[in-house]
Design a protein around this ligand. Structure first.
Ligand SMILES: C[S@@+](CC[C@H](N)C(=O)[O-])C[C@H]1O[C@@H](n2cnc3c(N)ncnc32)[C@H](O)[C@@H]1O
Ligand code: SF4
Length: 445
């Protein structure tokens, strides 16, 4: 590819930088959490708990999750989560005030856990970590089959403010093609149960680019979702990754499929905007008349993330860390088993150091990929340099490709509609050479 050619539109979803495939085992002696967190700000932390269980393995999914939990594995998993929470809380220390500003339970499918187990999870967050779940935004992911009334009621009672459900498609043939078999009637009743809880934010995930999907069928899924007036909608382009169910049967991405996804993206974006939704990022749309988010709900480029569970990441300003990562089912099972047997959670085992240059890339990436753009002054204030001086070649290239909004107000670096449409091609262009090399050397397992 020559330097001036536009990169393919669907290279990777950049929701975190550096990507987990750039993490590596940290050399012995692994850094202690107490040392890592000693000088970090701790007054607006985020908590993320990862529950790596699902009832099925969807054909497109490469998330860190396994099917089912035999032999009371969920109990052992929550036992380990409790031990990890205690170790992390101790590492945060008492010298500085510790306050959590947001919490989220993700997966996998957190509602794979029973209502009693979810109660225990909330207790761990509150009693071990000190999160005031009823006072902060609490987001929980769920799926149609596991969104039962008792689980949802428990989550609502404990303070959930956002329930996010993966629907993917309301068209049964498309759900089957994505290897996510589900009945439309079950999806609709799950949405009804979610609305019955009164939790203020309903988020629905949909996928476009599924085999056989047309503009008409995409529109019917969008309209079925809109009938619930969700406060948020995420429109995900389908990715087919190695080692997933679809990855074993589908051909590699081609231009035609890229065009199909771009077409469906534009269609979905325009349709949602016409229905009173504002675009927040390439994937995310918010109902404009939904109650405004609190100041703590969005802070995309900040550090201070505490991840609990074996697939969760944690971020300090200097180190991003986690546990081992895999996509293959057998490998995932091994990693979960090892996690449940871990006694000592006082050290970071696998991760990547984020130096000053990487922090600048991360800030630029994560703010530029938001539809509202990046205030240049905010970047300059944080780093004492201009983004144009730090990334002259990249920004000139984006400009040449028509990806920067020439009509943005002075002092705002903002993507054009085409730039936003190409977020998944543009994002990887900002990866540093060393992160690229680490990602390329990563062998999927
Ligand atoms: C953790 S899952 C959602 C919760 C729940 N497990 C479920 O599936 O209903 C997050 C979302 O990422 C999206 N997703 C995951 N893998 C994807 C892929 N390969 N291509 C497109 N979207 C994907 C799906 O829309 C999915 O709902
Ligand atoms: S899409 Fe959701 S339910 Fe399906 S395997 Fe992935 S995490 Fe589990």
């Amino acid at each position: 590819m020559s330097d001036s050619a536009a990169p393919r539109p669907y290279r990777s979803y950049v929701y975190a930088y550096p990507h987990k495939t750039a993490y590596r085992p940290l050399p012995d002696p692994a850094p202690s959490l107490a040392a890592l967190w000693r000088d970090e700000p701790k007054d607006a932390l985020s908590l993320y708990a990862h529950i790596p269980f699902c009832e099925v393995r969807c054909g497109f999914c490469n998330l860190f999750t396994r099917i089912g939990a035999p032999d009371e594995l969920t109990t052992r998993y929550l036992d380990a989560l409790d031990r990890q929470a205690a170790a992390v809380r101790e590492a945060l220390g008492d010298r500085d005030p510790v306050r959590f500003a947001t919490a989220a339970f993700g997966g996998g499918t957190p509602t794979f856990l029973t209502a009693g187990e979810l109660e225990r999870l909330c207790d761990i967050a509150e009693k071990r970590m000190g999160v005031d779940l009823r006072a902060v935004p609490l987001s929980v992911e769920t799926s149609p089959a596991t969104a039962t009334a008792d689980r949802l009621a428990l989550l609502a009672e404990r303070g959930a403010t956002r329930l996010s459900i993966g629907v993917q498609s309301f068209v049964e043939a498309e759900a089957r093609a994505a290897v996510r078999p589900q009945r439309r009637a079950d999806v609709e009743s799950a949405l009804g149960r979610i609305r019955d809880t009164g939790v203020p934010v309903l988020n629905i995930d949909l996928i476009y680019g599924i085999d056989g999907q047309t503009e008409e069928s995409w529109r019917s899924s969008l309209d079925a979702a809109l009938a619930w007036r969700p406060e948020e909608l995420y429109l995900y382009p389908l990715y087919v990754r190695p080692l997933t169910g679809l990855g074993r049967i589908s051909p590699a991405a081609d231009r035609e499929w890229d065009e199909q996804r771009l077409r469906l993206y534009r269609y979905g974006r325009d349709h949602l905007r016409a229905q009173g939704y504002a675009q927040v990022s390439m994937r995310m749309f918010r109902r404009t008349d939904a109650a405004p988010l609190g100041p703590d709900d969005y802070a995309c480029q900040t550090d201070g993330m505490i991840g609990l569970g074996c697939g969760a990441r944690s971020y300090t300003s200097a180190l991003h860390y986690s546990f081992d990562y895999a996509v293959d089912m057998r490998e995932i099972r091994t990693i979960i088993d090892a996690y449940t047997e871990t006694a000592d959670f006082s050290r970071a085992e696998v991760g990547r150091w984020v130096d000053a240059g990487e922090a600048r890339r991360r800030h630029l990436l994560q703010s530029l990929l938001q539809a509202e753009g990046m205030p240049v002054a905010g970047y300059e204030e944080r780093f004492g340099a201009s983004p144009f001086a730090d990334f002259p070649a990249e920004l000139a290239r984006f400009e040449a490709l028509g990806w920067l909004d020439e009509e943005a107000p002075a002092g705002l670096l903002r993507l054009s509609p085409e730039g936003l449409a190409h977020s998944d091609g543009l994002g990887p262009e900002l990866f540093s050479p060393s992160v690229r090399a680490a990602m390329a050397a990563y062998e999927p397992k």
